[in-house]
Every structure is written in C-alpha cells, then in structure tokens.
Ligand binder design. Sequence first.
Ligand SMILES: [Zn+2]
Length: 251
Amino acid sequence: MPHRSLRLAENLYCYLWQGRGNNCNTYLFTNVLRGERPHVVIDPGFVLNELKEPCFDSLLMAMQGNGFKVEDIGLIINTHTHPDHCQATEVIVQKSTQKRGKRRVSQALVALSREEDEYYRTVGERVFSMFGMEVAKFEPFLYLVEGDLSLGKEEKKTDLQVLHTPGHSPGSISLYWPNNKVLITGDVVFYGAVGRTDFPGGSISVLKQSIEKLSRLEVEYLLPGHSTEYGTIIEGKERVERNFKAIKFLI
Ligand SMILES: [Zn+2]
C-alpha cells in the first residue's frame, strides 16, 4: 500500500505517501472535535494522480487499518490549494454529507486561509489544468488566520497555532503544535529541499521569509507535505535545525 501510516502522538497519525507518482502526505488528528465527526484531516491529497494511482483509496485503506472512517472527518484543513494537496477535499465533503429532505444537515467543513481562497478562486482552475485536471469544487467554512487554533473537547484539547507561510503559494499556512513541538509545513519545507516557487503566485523571496519564520520555532518533529530522496519526517530538534541551516543555503 503506497501510504505508510505512523502514529506520532496519541491523537496524531501520519499517512506518508510512498507511491511512484506524486501525492502529498496526509496528517490526521483523531477524536479531537465535539460531535459525530471528531477527526481533523490536513491535506487529503489527490484522488487519482498523474500515474492513475488511486491515492485517495489508499489513504482510506490506511485510515481504516487504524480504525478511522472518512465519514467521521469533521474538518478538512488545506495548507494550500495545489491539486496534489486538496483534490480529495471535494470527495470527503461529498462522502460526509447527510441530507434530511432537501436540507444538508451535516458535512465535513473546509478551512484554509483567506489569501489562499482568493488565489484558488482566481488561479485555481489554471493550476489544476497544469496538472491536466478539472478544478476540485469546495467552499470554505472558515478562514484560518495567524494565531491560535484550538481543536476539541476539554479533556482532549489540541491547541495548534496557524502560521502564514506564503511563497510556495500565496496563502500557504503551516501548523505548529507547541505541546508536542510538532510542525506541519505543507510545501514550504521538506527534508533537504524547499517547495517550488515556479507555480503561479510563487515567490522565492517570500518563501525565504516564511522559512526564516519557521526556523525560529522549537521543533522536535517536522512533518512536510512530501517525501524527498532524503526521507520524509524529520525527528529530533538537532536534525530539524540542521535541515533549516541546509535549506537556507539552497535558496
Ligand atoms: Zn504545492
């Protein structure tokens, strides 16, 4: 199965893409929200990639292997709106939609930054067509702003911080979990590499500032949006710091 699953904390699972074609890593906070749909997914990825690998089905199987169902996802956070990160957002919303008569009573909600939503509305179609794909359709329920994002119930409260980290995409966000020193970077930082800046709306100078900002955090686990030849997640404060030093030389 192309997704390798890894439990990083009691309620944080990593689904690391190891297929042949392109797809992003997906991260899942489990049982954090109130109500019937307690899971929060970050970057659900492609439905089908350029090699026609069934990325989303693979994700569902990997989640099922850990006892989680896609119908129980209540919130989808998109670090940015490139197709390899957000194409499956539309499908998760569909799968979680329940109707009573003509009224939609419950569905997974979508979150991203306002800047990224504007980018998606204006340039999204062009970016998807660069991948030879039709643009995925979804409506944001909430805009993520820089600052605290507290998920969930009292006893399982997960306090995250949203950081605006543009450059790869104009509204890219990263998520920092101070309690566990976890940083989810989307496509800003990888192991030994940085995200591309040649897509529409990309900027190397803006990316540099975002990397500078992330490098000031205390991080034990850096969870990037993709694997590289050097590996996937970066564990250990010193390795994370070394990686930031190395990539600052690159750009
Ligand atoms: Zn991207």
